[in-house]
Write a protein that binds this ligand. Structure first.
Ligand SMILES: [Zn+2]
Length: 71
């Protein structure tokens, strides 16, 4: 299922201190104000791959992108 993905510009807001990738819905739910648009992807793994072009340490959110969550 295609979704819009964002990467949090503030890496201090998660335990692993990564730039976390979220679905649009989860980014809104978390009220993330500083975020960069990653794109529209069919898979969170593809979204995180793209986000790594923005932030090398990008990682999937454990909640909304569990298949792309490395820790
Ligand atoms: Zn999330």
């Amino acid at each position: 299922m295609y979704k819009h993905y964002y990467v949090n510009d503030d890496q201090t807001k998660n335990p692993g201190l990564h730039h976390e990738v979220h679905t649009e819905a989860h980014a809104i739910e978390l009220k993330i104000s500083n975020k960069s648009y990653v794109g529209y992807f069919n898979s969170e793994i593809d979204a995180v791959e793209k986000a790594k072009e923005i932030y090398e340490d990008a990682d999937g959110c454990a909640v909304c992108c569990p298949d792309a969550h490395e820790g």
